[in-house]
Design a protein around this ligand. Sequence first.
Ligand code: AMP
Ligand code: ZN
Length: 462
Amino acid sequence: MPLVLHNTLTRRKEAFRPLDPNRVRLYVCGPTVYNLAHIGNARPFIVFDLLFRLLRRLYGEAHVVYARNITDVDDKIIDAARSRGETILNLTERTTIVFHEDMAAVNNLPPTLEPRATEHIGQMVAMIEVLIAKGHAYEAEGHVLFAVESMPDYGKLSGRPLDDMIAGARIEVAPYKRQPGDFVLWKPSTEAQPGWDSPWGRGRPGWHIECSAMSEAHLGEHFDIHGGGLDLIFPHHENELAQSVCAHGGRPFVNVWMHNAFLDMEGEKMSKSLGNIRTVHELLDEAPGEALRYAMLTAHYRDPMDWTGERVRQAKTALDRFYVALRATAGIEPIFPVTPAVLPALEDDLNTPLAQSVLHELVTTLNKAETTQEKAEAKGALLASGRLMGLLEQDPEAWLRWRPKADQGFSDAEVEALIAARRAARASKDFAEADRLRKQLTEAGIILEDKPEATIWRRGGL
Ligand code: AMP
Ligand code: ZN
């Protein structure tokens, strides 16, 4: 089956045909590094990591380039640094480090390229100069603005009349704008603000031009896929599209635009005023990163999803089932299939709920396998599908011993000691003591399994 992806531009699913199968190019708008990523921000990064893995499987690891930028110049960064009394560099570096830790914890691969906006100011200035020279941008009061009327099909991506979009996005009305929809390419900086010299004085870029310049620098004028969350369609992606197409003389920019739907928190929109924003960093204290990843993939990326504690608990339980089966076959060398069973589901516009039901079928097969050959095949089948989704690559023993940060229960060493004491009590036929010890462990959430050679254990659900 060929890969099929939903394209926001055409509003339908389309067979994916790369411009160059030897260099498939994906660009995803990365974080603005002024605060820690919340679980909603993690959604695009997990979804497009899955797409990156799928493209690598289909075209070969060396033939896919995934660029995910770091926005390290932005007014939100300036404001946050000032209110914390911290330098901008300190804030952006610190936030970027935690972002990388969080992404690794949810099993996202590092992107091929991670361009930083501050390292591409020259390219942004050059692109703005081209836009001015071609009559698509104008200078006004130290600002440079893109003239939306200069592009006849401006608004094509979001597909809404310009007036609606402007009203919806609460666009700033400024006296120096020719049209309310005109947007900033460059703006002046005060001495206290970060700034770079330019033909229009010392200033800094607008957000949209950053991605147009960085994608051109690393992926070229025309590339395959551009992704982000639904809220980026307008104005961010609409404006990126306008800038790039106009700078490139009307030539095409991106073939497939992909957008993930939003995530709510326990039935409500995440917002500062409700105080219900949960960062990836704090959720990692409560559940392993792989459970967060699995939970994220329980919904199709274009469906809105409600993030709940129950969803995370169910994800942990599902993964416990898989890792128990993998531990039970620890000594068996897996035989890998040519094609992972989840591939057709993922090729259908990343149908992750279907792929997860396939994983469940695969583990059922593994649990039923009798001969070593059957077990080796079933284990390989489960691992190959898990790997394609960024799952099931940990040591099963480590997974099954994971505990939340706030857990006050027995340490691993204490569990081992209690199990040894129980074994000693049984050996000396003190069955009352053995039962008491078992009960003590069970009540602490430790699940024991007596094998002929030893007692194995794991921690229960979240
Ligand atoms: P930002 O750092 O705010 O630019 O957001 C980074 C990414 O997260 C963008 O692709 C946003 O569209 C996406 N995003 C932000 N909030 C949510 C949410 N609640 N659900 C899903 N995606 C989101
Ligand atoms: Zn962007």
